[in-house]
Design a protein around this ligand. Sequence first.
Ligand code: 6PG
Length: 471
Amino acid sequence: MGNGKYDFGMVGLGVMGSNLLLNMADHGYAVVGFDLDEAKAKKFESSGKEGQQLKGVTTAKDLVDNLKSPRKIMLLVPAGKAVDSVINGLEPLLDKGDIIIDGGNSHYTDTLGRINRLKNSGIHFMGVGISGGEEGARRGPSIMPGGDKEAYKVVEPILQDVSAKVNGEPCVAYLGNNAAGHYVKMVHNGIEYSIMQLVSECYDLMKNGLGMSNDELAETFGRWNSGEMNSFLLEITAEIFKKKDPDTGGYLVDVISGRAGAKGTGKWTSQSGLDLPMPVPNIDVAVMMRNLSGLLSERKEASDIYNIKEQQLGSAAEKEEIVKAIHDTLYFATLLSYVQGLAMITTASGELKMDIPLEDVVKVWRGGCIIRSASLDHYARIYHENPGLKNMMLNKEIAGRLEDTLPAVKKVITLAAQNNFQIPGIMAAFNYFNAYRRNWLPTNLVQAQRDYFGAHTYERIDKEGVFHTQW
Ligand code: 6PG
């Protein structure tokens, strides 16, 4: 039995782990952090305020011995093997009823494996997605728990206390069975990839197609952020365009290499979308563009071969109108990024028996996380009114907003194509929209071809059954 005096333990005292514990300490919890790195453990122990109970330890045994029963231990270590090795180290030291929470960006299939492995041990295991970066962990993240509901009830008050709040409501809720927490976090990240790709396309069009300066871009994204597109990603984008580089005295953004990194969660979302199968083209394209950005030396070679240059999208007199069209296009494509991600969660919820409450997912995303935006209040209302909604494009209000912005999207696509810009995210949203809204697709021809060369059979629109033709 744990007879220590600490309420909550953390494995991994990186910035996320220690910030989340400091956040708990601010809410009156006695917390203990474990890191093999003694310097990190010491630094953590000395970082509390007067009256707070903080302890840093360097062994799993010290962590376990210092905790009250049932022990509540969160892991914030790199996804993959590190998670298993920490669990293996803790397991023999824990008692039945203790709770292990994996708070990292673990792949949901790894989480499923761990749930299965620990199921007969009496130790509770939960996969919990946490979003908001360093600042979120310290001041209030969005928390996406899933799995063991009994364990969730035990840790719920702590998670509610430390989470972000929107209109007084905590941005945490039980999001479903099995690996639901990590699944929802994975799709959150996929949507994050998609919106970042879209914002970067708008940046390209305004910088290189309208000649806008960084000051103008800061002002424009700032203005968009104070309207209906209010969101964390637009807020930081406006800030980024203001930042100067101490080395050159110029703008920092201009000296940052365009070779984009990725830790894998966007790719996992696309892979899961293909497996389900559920189309998430905006996420696919965002992953693809990060990959393409990495082909830097080939792109340099290609830019010498092709004598094609990006041209101005319009005259100075047309600039304001084009910026407005880009705004509406970003609105349209961002909305469709949420549409695709949420539809994917809806299908996965059934396929993987997670029973995910969509309204709660959307509510939890309203504060603290990277994709928080004002629009999520609206989406929460839509899922509240129709919890079984398969796809937000089937909602009349959403349909109205998409149709209202469509002329602007067509204008931007036309201008971009005429003037040699690539806009894969915007195009993906436009094509998804046009394909999903049609009750006829040319895939009848695909079926005919499959039957022609491979006798794969086809269905008919005028009678039941499966058919094959000797073509
Ligand atoms: C969050 C972020 C976080 C992390 C991403 C970055 O929700 O707080 O999504 O999880 O910053 O994993 O992902 P990439 O390195 O793949 O862009």
